[in-house]
Design a protein around this ligand. Sequence first.
Ligand code: ZEM
Length: 290
Amino acid sequence: MATVKEGDFNAIKEEVKKVLKQPGYDDGSAGPVFVRLAWHASGNYSLVEHNGGSNGAGMRFPPESVDPANAGLHHAISFLLPIQAANSWISHADLWTLAGVAAIEAMGGPTVPWQPGRTDYDSGEAASEHRGELADRLPDGAKGADHIRDVFGRMGFSDQEIVALSGAHSLGRCHPDRSGFDGPWVVNPTRFSNQYFKLLLTRKWTPRKWDGPFQYETIVAGTRLMMLPTDMALIEDPKFRPWVEKYAADQGLFFKDFALAFGKLIELGVERDDTGFAKLVNKAAREGKP
Ligand code: ZEM
């Protein structure tokens, strides 16, 4: 990988775009798993506890590194390692979120607002301070609307933002050896679009008969597509459903709302000082102790 000028984040974005093509991996692209990395790096934020979020890149250490919800994300982390090795000035926390943003853009999606400044935990700090607290906070695809609202409400997201963010399931697939679920949501899972919403509304989804966890399926042009119970909750719940309908009908609106919501997601837990530096606040300081 190229070493780029310190602070040139646009050049880093271009470096990320160069590693997107991964022949032999999934659908030939690291894009979807980069988006999932940025999401899981951020999505354990708690407004109330005031911890978690994208600052720190805690997923390199326990408890996040061993959280079953993060299974498979080591692929994304290793695809990015050469960029990190050639550009040690960028924090992992900045690189992971920027990789998600670059991937969304390269796969035909909107430009998500992104700012640098995140810092990384050293292992000692992450392990001793946050043991246990930061795991078990990501959503469980086997559950329903109440669970989704609990999890995203903890991060400060509205119903509209929850539905917009869920449109990321137009990317990538489920892996039996990661989540247990299986298959992609859409026919072209490396293209960012509003297909996920259209398929939710227009297809007949039936329970898949198989040995794996309960999920829904439909066959489109010979390809088996899937929905999780949490995906189906978006059309079953009367407050979520109108947003699914809006985004299915208007891709421009979806792109605009997705960019804002994803931009907010990757900022969770990032508090910059005047210089733009987001230092890691330790537990004692958070609790107002000297
Ligand atoms: Zn996902 N997601 N997600 N998601 N997700 C998976 C894969 C991907 C949920 C979920 O359980 C799962 C958001 C919200 C929610 C992506 C992005 C975003 C998988 C499959 C599961 C089980 C994992 C595997 O086996 O590899 C649930 C329950 C969610 C909320 C209710 C949000 C928000 C996302 C981003 C904005 C992406 C891109 C993938 C595909 C990853 C890949 O490797 O292909």
